[in-house]
Design a protein around this ligand. Structure first.
Ligand code: TNX
Length: 696
């Protein structure tokens, strides 16, 4: 009895309460007006009603039904009927309801909720919005509201790298599900790279038996043969494509060419440049020298592969990579040089442009459009990039502006801002990745459209995309944490009119969105939105994540560490050249001993032909040392700790050294000395990395 009275009192309080805040929708709709009516409560009897013969309405109704089943207590039936009753949720195709291929009109008024749209996509986004409204508060109340909505950009994408590390198809489905609830609509699937080929191509079996596998090197866990890899079968790919399509997401496959093709050349050495011994499918990251040759049979091979790719992926866009081509083999090859002369091409960058343009025309002849990273437009010699090619710009403003001014459509995929392999905050509980911090706030506040573009030029900007590269994100849960919540910022920037974007407003709506993540089982990062440090300082030992690099321009990596001694941290911050960490403003008045915990990581980064060698400060002893220098990189050595006897991959050790206190507060430079490391050499010494430092 008491409970019922309490319930009544609560219900009464709700009905007299003025609307406190607008619904917390992400992405924020283009227009939203709250009505003055009381709205209505969803009950077990609530019907989702669709008109007869309206397949699109039926599908969106079913999506809403399933989503509510999955995430709430609401179990609603879908009914086909012309008749609408109070308390119904209605979906219907309606040419006049809204304008645009993804637009919809959602109204809650007079006790009925309706979603009307001229297209299936619009209805779908309306159902996503309804799901968000119904998950805003437990129980399912809909307040009176009119939402007139459509996206700012047609391309709202996420890229997932399944080449460096491969994910299960179950995970890919979840990835697509989570995109859908953010109204993201392009899943760019990176399926081939130096470290593995992940798509079954029936005509070329060595792609599956050779190119799909590399040696498992720590921290990867291999199969019983010590291999890491695999590929998605054509049946699995068809399933994923259909799964995405049902959520109005187009899958854009990427086969990275003509660089990033070590795996491909390992399987079919004839595709490589004559005179260079192909490398095995590599377990290294970074810039590799392998590049395809430019002979006719190579184009035939690519066209055969693309014929199967086009049959699997019905979407218009096919991504051919084109990034980071190391042209030194082309430069050194007499055949390639002869071909260049015959074509009247004088620089290798332009040869790449020619290569890509040729494939672009092939795809266009099949009604498809090539997408490539912005290197595809580089080069000096005459002959532009095929005008049908779309440029995906990861080089930021200049690359995008160049593409647009050259008349190309462009997708903004700018690094580092939209590179989700950057950290969200310095924290031991964040996944490994690049050490630069791209906080939720930074991502949100970046305008993707390059400054200074005229209105016609702006129309060439198809949209934006977040990139999830997975060199260091070997676990699916790490991918989720890196992608979310930042993908929500990308989704909103891609959807919501620019003048409506507001960080404080977004941040408060994200609190509600995160409660939806819990309903979805989506484990997003809980780093602070502004990227401020989240780990409490440890008075006993300072983790390398709490240090900075000596040179502020250094970009490094947050890496995982081998499982080790208690008290060690799970992550270290490292860099591949001039390894040097800085601790600012350290009080040395009472200090006379320092301990440094080091881990040795495999040196698994190729640095490219331009600067292949990782440099270190000159060593004093054969195996080098960690020098602790005072106040400057070349300041006096406070203490020098030799690395002697410490060269095992997974080793970790604590170096300790006494010193005479110089008194006062100082900046400490931790300089790694040692022989330089040639990243091309397969017998490389490991990389010493600071795990923590401690003063006594
Ligand atoms: C650059 S962006 C790459 C990728 C790496 C990424 C790491 C681009 C087109 N190429 O091969 O995975 O950096 O952030």
């Amino acid at each position: 009895m008491k409970a019922a009275v309490f319930g009544l009192a609560l219900a009464g309080a709700v009905s007299v309460m003025p609307a406190l805040a607008a619904p917390a929708l992400v992405p924020l709709p283009a227009e939203m007006r709250e009505g003055s009516g009381a709205g209505f409560d969803i009950a077990a009897a609530t019907r989702i009603v669709v008109p007869p013969h309206d397949k699109a309405a039926w599908q969106s109704a079913r999506y809403l039904q399933a989503k509510l089943l999955q995430t709430t207590q609401l179990r609603l039936g879908v009914v086909v009927s012309h008749k609408i009753r109070p308390g119904d949720i209605v979906f219907a195709l309606d040419k006049k309801a809204a304008q645009g291929t993804e637009a919809y009109l959602l109204r809650v008024a007079d006790g009925v909720a309706s979603v009307r749209a001229p297209s299936a996509a619009g209805l779908f986004y309306g159902s996503v919005t309804l799901w968000q409204l119904l998950t805003e508060t437990p129980g399912g109340h809909l307040g009176d509201v009119t939402i007139t909505d459509h996206p700012r950009f047609g391309w709202r994408g996420l890229m997932l790298d399944s080449a460096r590390h491969m994910q299960s198809t179950a995970y890919i489905e979840r990835f697509i599900d989570w995109m859908a609830v953010h109204k993201l609509n392009r899943f760019h699937w990176h399926l081939a790279d130096d470290q593995g080929w992940r798509i079954e191509i029936k005509r070329y079996p060595r792609l599956m038996s050779v190119a799909a596998w590399r040696q498992a090197v720590w921290p990867d866990v291999g199969d019983k043969n010590g291999r890491y890899g695999g590929f998605y079968t054509q049946a699995e790919i068809r399933h994923i494509v259909a799964y995405a399509k049902a959520r109005h997401i187009t899958v854009v496959p990427e086969i990275d060419l003509p660089g990033h093709s070590t795996a491909l050349i390992a399987a079919y050495p004839k595709l490589g440049v004559a005179g260079f011994k192909p490398e095995p499918v590599t377990a290294d990251w970074g810039l590799l020298p392998e590049v395809l040759n430019v002979e006719e049979p190579t184009f035939h091979f690519i066209e055969n592969v693309l014929t199967e790719v086009m049959a699997l992926f019905p979407g218009r866009y096919i991504h051919l990579g084109g990034d980071e081509v190391d042209t030194s083999q082309w430069h050194a090859s007499p055949q390639v040089q002869a071909k260049m002369r015959a074509l009247g091409i004088s620089d290798e960058a332009a040869l790449e442009r020619w290569f890509i343009s040729r494939i672009s025309r092939f795809l266009a002849s099949h009604g498809r459009r090539l997408v490539g990273w912005d290197e595809i437009q580089e080069g000096e010699s005459a002959g532009g990039l095929d005008p049908q090619a779309v440029v995906m710009s990861w080089h930021g403003g200049d690359g995008a502006a160049k593409a647009v001014n050259g008349g190309h459509d462009v997708i903004i995929a700018q690094a580092p801002i939209y590179y989700l392999d950057n950290s969200q905050a310095r924290s031991q509980s964040e996944p490994p990745g690049w050490s630069d911090i791209m906080s939720l706030k930074r991502v949100y506040q970046n305008d993707p459209v390059p400054a200074g573009l005229g209105d016609t030029a702006k129309e060439h900007v198809l949209g934006l995309q977040g990139q999830m590269w997975t060199e260091r994100a070997r676990k699916e849960e790490w991918i989720t944490t890196l992608v979310y919540p930042r993908a929500a910022a990308i989704a909103e920037v891609g959807w919501t009119p620019r003048e409506k974007l507001s960080w404080p407003d977004f941040e408060s709506r994200m609190a509600v969105q995160k409660s939806r993540y819990r309903l979805l089982g989506l484990k997003a990062s809980d780093a602070a939105g502004d990227g401020s440090t989240v780990d409490p300082p440890d008075p006993a030992r300072k983790s390398s994540l709490a240090l900075s690099f000596c040179d502020p321009n250094t970009t490094g990596f947050v890496q995982e560490t081998p499982a080790g001694a208690a008290g060690d941290f799970a992550r270290v911050m490292t860099t591949y050249s001039y390894s040097c960490w800085l601790d600012k403003g350290v009080d040395l008045s009472n200090a006379r001993r320092i301990e440094i915990s080091l881990v040795h990581l495999p040196f698994n980064q190729r640095l490219g032909s331009a600067h292949p060698v990782a440099k270190f400060a000159p060593p004093r002893t054969p195996q080098g040392e960690i020098e602790v220098r005072l106040d400057r990189l070349d300041g006096p050595v406070l203490v020098s700790l030799p690395l002697a006897g410490f060269a095992d991959d997974k080793a970790r050790t604590v170096l300790s050294g006494e010193f005479t206190s110089p008194g006062g507060v100082h900046d400490l430079y931790f300089v790694t000395t040692g022989e330089d490391i040639d990243s091309r050499n397969t017998m490389r010494r490991p990389l010493p990395a600071i795990n923590w430092v401690s003063l006594h």
